[in-house]
Design a protein around this ligand. Structure first.
Ligand code: ADP
Ligand code: ZN
Ligand code: ZN
Length: 813
């Protein structure tokens, strides 16, 4: 039977905005299912594409043919395709790249063009019968075949395509195309099973009998397991197979990212408040799309609510997606969910190896698990039938991806719930202004947990004015007598202390004592931070490193004053002040290695750590009941950011970190040190009064027409050449102004701010400019962007200057 000829819509994994139609050869057509990958010709090369569905209305003459189908089964269900299309449209990002971003990495294959020298070319090289440039090229190629791009780089000059073709025609070089990539693969292991359990075993050796016994007991067993018991198993099974006892085959297995087993727990009986939340959310499940905002003070039992909801959704035949802002918290959430739901939980985050991620992904697509927990990229988990998407700590900025596909997973969770008729539940003790506004304007339903469980009191916050210590020299300026005393009594009671400072390193502002110049990064407009343990100055933006013994680059003096503090300095001070206490530090420097975060958190849980010093990594939803004192070293660091969200971030960070105190039976204390005791963000955080903060801040946003009262898109312009970058930014700005002037519909609905130089004008040798577009709503903004981005492609694109779009930008520096 021949299958009908079919045509499919394919999104190729390249930066192109369109999708393309391909013909599927008859022998492959039964396999060409939506959600699988295909290998297709595209221009001169072969690339991976994703099948989005079957096409009708075709002009068969122009259509190319699929070369291969790359997956045994679909990588994502067809119900996700509208979601992918939505993302591509909203963020104006190539759809193939959207899907590539969603899928586990390392799967795709693509053509790699290499140039190599032929025997004839070698002769010509030796005889030196070619031009100097050709001779240089041939010399380079004798070492190894090479990509054209590399060739250009090595020769520091443009090589005309015509020259390459001429050399190829003369037979001196040849082009080869080789498929590369596809490094992530299913893991298979050798397995054995009995062919016939009635075979006589008399006369077999004991080892053979033992092997057969083991197989019989388990049905099938891996060769690896057999070898562990019978070392010669590898050889013996071959004989057993030859004699017809057993069959040996390959079986797909999953790599195990968990490592340890977790004992199960028993659900708590919900409090009255928790019960109300669960039933309100359940009222929407399976009926129609809705978004609920759960505001629950720190320690009010939100996680318990999530688990109850998950259990109910699963009972109803739905799957559940839980998003958590970062890995340390995922591991905590994962532990609690696995204790409750056992093996039915998949995890997705960046600390998994590509293979582990692929396996977790497969468990989800195959419907083997009903719950997935992960960081922002888990919003793409390939569930068919999502009932509920939970976004924990929804205010957290790590939901925003700041590079490549610049999406916000919190927003996408709501979009996905809407497209799949599910419920989105956003939870936080300190909701984002955006979400709270949506609740106030009835776009979101509101549910609340106002009390901590078991009547535990909220922590008591004491503010300490750092200004009175201005003249104190040394570290006493930052470990004030109040904080010092509180630490002493807390440690004496055998309880734990958390110290928070949102800046890593030892000294963040090293300055030359002789000439007064700050020690600057050579690639960025920013000062270097001294890292004592690494014995080096480091740039936190580009990674540039300089030896700690370096002299001042301006005057050559070796006397450097180490101004500005960081977590490393606090850690070493605490060690001096409390020599008997075990002090640990959690920031990006101490958590680079895989597993290091988990190790620190374990130390907290087992109480082998007395004092933990950390950056915002410690501020987030951790639950450690024996922490009874939180010290905020300097509450002001994020206040002066050139960003309209600075006050919001500061409030959230302070309220969150304060919420780490007193989560067990002993009440908590917080000492908040600040230079700005009258600043509203700090006052509201001290009072732990979100509502008051909101009422204040929302007025400011409305007056200045900032989100949530407007939508923003940022054009980020950067390039290596200072003048060219500036000129292109100006030209782009002029284009925007012209487009606005020529279309009356934009006149009142759209504002163009800039171009301006970015707050950090140079990072990693790239000069940076910005244009900010503010629209009253999404529609005019998108209409305008389409004009700029698609209809004026030539004016936007530039060889030396890169322009990227950031829709709903978060990081304005
Ligand atoms: P949140 O996520 O809001 O910070 P958690 O869910 O972590 O709060 O709950 C805080 C603590 O209270 C946890 O140790 C949890 O086990 C416990 N807890 C939660 N709900 C209940 C309940 N209904 N009864 C008793 N203990 C509870
Ligand atoms: Zn730098
Ligand atoms: Zn100097």
């Amino acid at each position: 039977m021949t299958s009908p000829l079919i045509y499919i819509e394919v999104a190729v994994a390249l930066p192109v905005h369109n999708t393309y139609t391909y013909r599927v050869p008859e022998d492959l057509s039964p396999l060409a299912l939506t959600g699988k990958r295909v290998l297709v010709p595209f221009g001169r090369r072969r690339v991976t594409g994703y099948i989005l569905g079957v096409c009708k209305n075709i002009h068969p003459e122009e259509i190319k043919t699929v070369l291969d189908i790359l997956d045994e089964s679909s990588l994502f269900p067809s119900s996700m395709i509208p979601f992918f299309r939505w993302i591509a449209d909203y963020y104006m990002h190539p759809i193939g790249d959207v899907i590539k971003n969603a899928l586990p990495g390392g799967l795709n294959v693509f053509d790699d063009h290499m140039v190599s020298i032929t025997a004839k070319g070698e002769e010509a090289r030796v005889e030196n019968s070619v031009t100097p440039l050709e001779s240089e090229i041939l010399n380079l190629l004798t070492a190894a075949p090479c990509r054209l791009k590399e060739l250009r780089k090595k020769l520091h000059q443009q090589i005309p395509h015509a020259l390459m073709y001429a050399m190829e025609d003369r037979g001196h070089i040849e082009h080869t195309c080789k498929l590369k990539g596809g490094t992530t693969k299913p893991k298979v292991e050798r397995y054995v099973a009995l062919t016939d359990s009635n075979m006589p075993v008399d006369g077999l050796s004991n080892s053979r009998k033992k092997i057969l016994g083991m197989i019989e007991a388990q049905g099938e067993i891996s060769v690896k397991e057999l070898k562990a018991v019978v070392p010669s198993a590898a050889k013996l099974i071959k004989h057993l197979e030859a004699d017809g006892y057993i069959s040996i085959f390959n079986k797909r297995v999953y790599r195990d990212p968990f490592g340890e087993t977790i004992s199960s727990d028993i659900p708590h009986n919900l409090t009255q408040e928790q019960t109300t939340v669960v039933s309100t959310v359940m009222a929407s499940l399976g009926r129609k799309f809705s978004t609920c905002l759960l505001t629950g003070v720190t320690g009010s039992g939100k996680t318990e609510v999530y688990m109850h909801l998950a259990a109910k959704a699963i009972d109803g035949g739905y799957s559940v997606l839980v998003l958590v802002p970062e890995i340390a918290l995922i591991s905590q959430m994962e532990r609690r969910f696995r204790a409750r739901f056992g093996e039915g939980v998949a995890v997705l985050h960046s600390a998994l190896s590509p293979g582990e991620r692929y396996d977790q992904w497969t468990r989800i697509v195959r419907g083997e698990v009903a719950i997935a927990i992960g960081a922002r990229s888990a919003v793409f988990a390939p569930f068919e039938n999502i009932g509920i998407i939970i976004v924990d700590e929804e205010h957290d900025t790590s939901y925003k991806q700041d590079g490549g596909l610049r999406y916000n997973a919190r927003d996408l969770a709501v979009v996905r719930a809407k497209l799949q008729n599910g419920v989105a539940l956003l939870g936080s003790a300190t909701p984002s202004l955006q979400s709270y506004y949506n609740f106030k304007t009835n776009k979101f339903k509101g549910v609340a947990l106002k009390k901590r469980v078991e009547k535990r009191p909220m922590p008591k916050i004491t503010m300490v004015d750092l200004r009175k210590n201005r003249d104190v020299r040394g570290i006493q300026r930052f470990i004030t007598p109040e904080l010092h005393e509180a630490m002493r009594t807390t440690l004496a009671r055998g309880e734990q202390v958390l110290l928070f400072l949102n800046r890593r390193g030892f000294a963040s502002y090293p300055v030359c004592s002789a000439c007064g110049e700050a020690i600057q990064c050579k690639n960025c407009d920013i000062s270097l931070t001294l890292h004592q343990k690494a014995n080096a100055y480091k740039c936190h933006y580009c990674g540039f490193t300089r030896a700690a013994v370096s002299d001042c680059k301006t005057c050559g003096s070796s006397k450097i004053r180490l101004l500005g503090l960081g977590t490393e300095k606090i850690e070493s001070t605490v060690k001096t002040l409390f020599p008997d206490a075990t002090v640990a530090r959690m920031d990006r420097d101490t958590t680079r290695r895989k597993g290091s975060i988990i190790k620190i958190l374990k130390g907290l849980r087992n109480q082998t750590i007395d004092v933990l010093v950390g950056t915002q990594m410690v501020a987030k939803g951790h639950d450690y009941p024996n922490i009874t004192l939180v010290g905020i070293i300097c509450a002001d660091l994020s206040l002066n950011f050139p960003d309209f969200r600075a006050a919001e971030r500061t409030f959230q960070l302070l309220a969150q970190v304060a919420g780490r105190a007193g989560r067990g039976s002993v009440p908590g204390n917080v000492i908040l040190q600040t230079y700005n005791p009258d600043h509203s963000s700090i006052l509201y955080a001290t009072a732990q009064d979100f509502e008051a903060f909101y009422n204040d801040e929302i007025g400011f946003r409305e007056n200045l027409n900032y989100p949530p009262f407007s939508r923003m898109v940022q054009l980020k312009i950067s390039g290596k050449n200072k003048e060219k970058t500036r000129d292109h930014a100006q030209a782009l700005g002029d284009l925007c102004v012209d487009l606005k002037r020529n279309d009356r519909s934009f006149l009142r609905s759209l504002e163009i701010l800039g171009p301006i130089e970015a707050p950090i004008p140079k990072i990693a040798r790239h000069y940076r400019w910005q244009i900010l577009l503010k629209g009253r709503s999404v529609k005019p903004l998108h209409g305008f962007l389409h004009k700029v981005w698609f209809e004026n492609r030539a004016a936007v694109q530039n060889r030396d200057v890169k322009v990227v779009l950031d829709v709903d930008p978060f990081f304005m520096i």
